[in-house]
Design a protein. Structure first.
Length: 223
């Protein structure tokens, strides 16, 4: 009768080890894409056997990180798309929502071609690409964004801009909380700078208020 009870702490410990390994991998791979699994085990505070018990090889570890990133991106897309608001606000909200995800998993950019493969990267990014394309299409119809190129092509260009700026953050060339890239994205989509800055300020204020409300609704607020 005691075996199920004994197994539960082991499961919790296993989940804790796995989460710690992945968190360490995000940090260490960002610093050094060639870090070995043995080095990751030491940095995670686990023995080599524990790491390999969760991730038999580098490919398995990177796939776990890719799945984490995919899930986080899907969540950010669901939270960030505002279909009823003006297109420039919808695009701003989207970029602000996904920036933390990109910042957290930017080390995958350095590993994409070599380790993950572009097909897997495209699969991870598909929800974001579809969401942006839909917002750009609506904005072009409304005359908010320029119509020089089709929405899907413009979306690809904005994605390239985001990746370039993420790489700049990764190299230490600049820092951003997401607002600067959001203004740059709106300008690149055809929104005048003053209007873009105002839209980003409006959206950032509502995002901050929503986060504050979420934090105040916890158990401490109910006490």
């Amino acid at each position: 009768m005691s075996k199920p009870v004994a197994r539960e702490p082991m499961r919790r410990n296993s989940r804790s080890n796995r989460a710690r390994i992945l968190a360490t991998a995000r940090q260490e791979l960002g610093r050094n894409p060639d870090v070995t699994l043995e080095e990751l085990a030491r940095a995670s505070g686990v023995v080599r056997r524990t790491l390999f018990g969760h991730f038999p090889g580098r490919a398995a570890l990177l796939e776990a990180l890719a799945e984490e990133a995919s899930e986080a991106l899907r969540g950010a897309v669901a939270d960030g798309v505002g279909p009823e608001e003006p297109a420039e606000h919808a695009l701003a909200r989207f970029v602000i929502a996904i920036w933390p995800v990109g910042d957290r998993y930017r080390m995958l950019l350095a590993l994409a071609r070599r380790d993950l493969g572009m097909d897997r990267v495209a699969e991870i990014l598909a929800p974001a690409r579809d969401a942006v394309t839909a917002v750009l299409e609506r904005g072009q119809r409304d005359g908010v964004f320029h119509g020089h190129v089709p929405p899907a092509v413009l979306s690809a260009g904005l994605e390239a801009l985001t990746i370039a700026l993420l790489e700049g953050v990764n190299s230490g060339a600049w820092e951003d909380d997401g607002t600067r890239i959001t203004v740059a994205t709106l300008i690149a989509a055809g929104v005048p700078e003053e209007r873009a800055s105002a839209a980003v300020s409006d959206v950032a204020a509502t995002v901050g208020a929503d986060r504050g409300a979420g934090e105040s609704s916890g158990p401490a607020a109910d006490a």
